[in-house]
Design a protein around this ligand. Sequence first.
Ligand code: ATP
Ligand code: MG
Length: 358
Amino acid sequence: MHIEKIVLKNFRNYAWAQINPAPTANLLIGQNAQGKTNLVEAVYYLCVGKSPRTPREKELIKHGEQQAYLRIDAVKKTGKVKIEAYLTRTENRRISVNGIPVKKIAELMGTVKAIFFSPDELKIVKEAPADRRRFLDIDLSQLSRSYFYNLTRYNKILSQRNKLLKSKKYLKETVDIWDEQLAECGAQVAYKRQEFVARLARFARKAQSYLTDGQENLEIEYEGFKGQNPHQIKQNFLGRLKNELDYDIERGYTNTGIHKDDIALSVNGVDIRSFGSQGQQRTAALALKLAELEIFSSLSKESPILILDDVFSELDKIRRLRLMERIKNIQTFITSAHFDEDIKATVFEVKSGQIFRK
Ligand code: ATP
Ligand code: MG
């Protein structure tokens, strides 16, 4: 799939901009603070309903303006699709697909699939488990509507159960009902995560080896409830909830569940979450992104949009060339402050919130 048109109105530092990107690599070049990341942020926002930079939507509206509008027109195997968003300072944002308002963000997820890679993504490798869970959640929500639904439900039930643990009112009588529902949704999520991480592991291992000339063996493993099927996972989960109920009551919150999941990452047997060098961590982050690309392409039989924000210039020449080779048939948005002769792309110059095709 690819995007054939992007329109921005009062989005970040853009008063108005429109471009027709190429279906292959697009290089957005310009000095710092000109609007390169803003442009790819808009694209990603329309794909997943969330900014990769901020949870505060009002920040996306141009300073001094009351509302913003953004739109992408994409071409998919199944036909054309138009996604639009209206943001105002006073009301909730509105998103529509082909003119039809989206009621729940789950309906938008996966319409146009995108993978975002920025230096910030190193967090996936080296920061807290929550960053790795977020990574899983964004990907799986794009790939599966039921995943997003179950995850949202899980989080609601979890907060109800935690309230109950704190208030202790009718706790013994009602906790079983919450546990049952929590384990049901949790097991669906855990099963999908387990499956996804297993796939990710296979592809990322290949990618890491490709990027390092066979020097580095990347291993990835899901750290959470495992099982042959969701039913088995549910039973494991229920057992743990029962065993740990007294501990949960003492603490006033639920200590076990998919909200504690993690992904283990090691290179040549060493845990790179804590002990990886910068280079190893950066390569692993890139390997994960390439693995995502493979999974998205194979599961949806169509390549996603790839966004590489400020990461190209950080890679060495071999990695740059290998990455370029891998993405040559995919629509990619590459932002950079420097021109790079290794990038064969349609070039756009971004300057003070204006975009010029070169
Ligand atoms: P770099 O090379 O440093 O990453 P960039 O071209 O990616 O730069 P962006 O992050 O896209 O830069 O744009 C930053 C500019 O956008 C800054 O000048 C910032 O002040 C401006 N900006 C951000 N949000 C808004 C907003 N809501 N209204 C107006 N301007 C904004
Ligand atoms: Mg930037």
